[in-house]
Each structure stands twice: as structure tokens, then as C-alpha cells.
Design a protein. Structure first.
Length: 271
């Protein structure tokens, strides 16, 4: 396939030469401070009569430190978009730059590395390993990343402390509440210091108290400059995000900002 395209992130001048629209093969120009850039993204499942166009031309730029919610009805394409953003799948058409790198040019090995180092996943069903303690679960992405044992433990303890679970590090998942399990999963997502935290219905399996806890943690992450993308059906979750996009039938139909980039929810000042 084609060679890896790395678009420079370090341009010095302010010359933002706007590319003339229409030239489909033109490389996507990297937007300063953008961590995710999607241009003309289409995703089609199957072929011929049975083909389903799940995404029909998505353009989206997400800036570093933003907190984005992706909303839309069932079947609108949210999980399809999540799979692309998380480099679990490659789009049929269009360009996707993650941290300035065109992921469509990467092979499976490189994609696995990108997922490990640049993306922190949080799933609806926690996806913790039952036999392992909270600490071992959080250390896992660092094991795959080849980080040495002492450093792994230090980083994992730091992440568990950040989600308020310093006193539960030796507990296995079954000895933790659903909300605590999701907090372990968030610590696991953070431990590699990823470019983005990508959460798919992170509160879908939680009671209202645990939902508040998890949303509070996501709020605190945004205060320290993390970039968060959350997929949700729930308006209460969307209300925490700084920006909300809606998709319907594979199209981006609205893009609304709840508050300016960098501003935090409620009366708390940005850290
Ligand atoms: N692997 C697949 N093969 C064929 N069609 C698929 C596949 N995955 C998704 N689709 C179709 O693509 C469209 C978008 O699906 P997607 O799972 O992205 O929706 P969603 O917004 O996540 O829905 P939900 O809220 O129900 O999870 C749907 O019409 C779905 O049937
Ligand atoms: Mg879905």
C-alpha cells in the first residue's frame, strides 16, 4: 500500500494556505492543535445490493483539550465512527489524521501501536480482566507497551489515585462496584497518557450515583487538558461535554458548543 504520510505539526509561520476544494487526492492539511481530523469519511459495509452506507461523508476536526460528545439515534453510525476514531477499523473513503498522522497508511502492526499508545478506550461493559487486581488491570496497556515493572506500578498507582481508588488497588473486579470498575477502566485508559480518551457509552451500565462519579472524573480530566470523545445516548452525559455533535443516517447534522474550549463546567476555574 502507500507510504506512511506524516503531516508536519511544527510549521512555524502562520501561512494557512487553504487548499482548493475539489481535488480528492490532495493530502489533508494538518490544522494546528488538532488531534483528530476527518475529511470526507465514508464507511460502507458489504457490497452490491446488500451494501449499507453507515457513514456518508463526515468532516470533523477536534482540537487538543476539547471534550466532545457524539450523539445520535440507534443505527445512525456512532459505533462505526467510534471504531474509525479508535483505529479499530479503516474508512472505505476519506482521510483521518490522528495527531497529524494519516492512519489509513498504517499496517496492522502500526495500528496496534497507535491504539496502545495514543488511544485510551473506555467501554460500556468495563472490559476488565476478572482474575487480575485493579492495579494489574491498569498496568496492562503498559505491559503491552514494553514499560518496565517499577515504572508500570508507579504510573498505574498514579492513575488509580487520580480516579479516587488508591485504597482499592488490590481488589479484583468482582469485589468492586460497577462505578468503581468503570473508574479502574478509566485509569487503564489514562495510564499511557494517550492523545485521546475514547469512551463508548461509559455510563450505559451504571446507576445514577456511579454515573455522576464517572462524569465527575471526565470533567476533572478535561480540566487538566485531556482530550475526550464520548459516545452517548444520554442528554445528561452530553451536557457535560464542551461540544456536542449529532449524527443521523451517517451524516453530521449538528455541531454545537456548550462552552468555549478550555472553560470548565460549573463554577470551577480551569486548572
Ligand atoms: N458489520 C456491519 N455489517 C453491516 N452493517 C453494519 C455493520 N455494523 C453496522 N452496520 C450498519 O451500519 C449502520 C450504523 O450502525 P452503528 O452500529 O454505527 O450505529 P449506532 O449509531 O452505533 O447505533 P446504536 O445506538 O444502536 O449502537 C446501521 O444501519 C447498522 O445496521
Ligand atoms: Mg452503537
Amino acid at each position: 500500500m502507500s507510504a506512511t504520510t506524516v503531516v508536519s505539526t511544527g510549521s512555524t509561520g502562520g501561512s494557512s494556505s487553504t487548499s482548493a476544494g475539489g481535488a480528492t487526492a490532495a493530502p489533508l492539511e494538518h490544522v494546528a492543535d488538532a488531534v483528530l481530523e476527518l475529511r470526507g469519511i465514508r464507511q460502507t459495509y458489504g457490497t452490491g445490493e446488500a451494501a449499507v452506507e453507515a457513514l456518508r461523508g463526515i468532516d470533523l476536526v477536534v482540537t487538543r483539550g476539547d471534550y466532545l460528545a457524539i450523539m445520535g439515534p440507534s443505527g445512525s453510525g456512532k459505533s462505526t465512527l467510534m471504531n474509525l476514531l479508535g483505529c479499530l477499523d479503516i474508512a472505505s473513503e476519506g482521510q483521518y489524521l490522528l495527531g497529524g498522522v494519516d492512519v489509513s497508511s498504517l499496517d496492522d502492526r502500526q495500528l496496534a501501536k497507535v491504539r496502545n499508545q495514543q488511544i485510551g478506550f473506555v467501554f460500556q461493559s468495563f472490559n476488565l480482566i476478572p482474575r487480575m487486581t485493579a492495579l494489574a488491570n491498569v498496568e496492562l496497556p503498559l505491559v503491552y507497551g514494553g514499560v518496565k515493572s517499577a515504572e508500570r506500578k508507579r504510573l498505574a498507582l498514579e492513575a488509580l489515585d487520580l480516579v479516587g481508588l488508591a485504597d482499592r488497588v488490590d481488589h479484583r473486579p468482582q469485589a468492586l462496584s460497577g462505578g468503581q470498575q468503570q473508574r479502574v477502566a478509566i485509569a487503564r485508559a489514562l495510564v499511557t497518557s494517550p492523545t485521546i480518551v475514547l469512551a463508548d457509552e461509559p455510563t450505559g451500565n451504571l446507576d445514577s450515583q456511579s454515573t455522576d462519579d464517572v462524569l465527575g472524573i471526565l470533567d476533572s480530566l478535561t480540566k487538566v487538558g485531556r482530550t475526550i470523545v464520548v459516545i452517548t445516548h444520554e442528554n445528561t452525559v452530553g451536557a457535560h461535554a464542551a461540544r456536542v455533535i449529532s449524527i443521523r443516517d451517517g451524516h453530521l447534522v449538528s455541531d454545537r458548543r456548550n462552552r468555549p474550549l478550555g472553560a470548565t463546567r460549573g463554577n470551577g476555574a480551569a486548572v
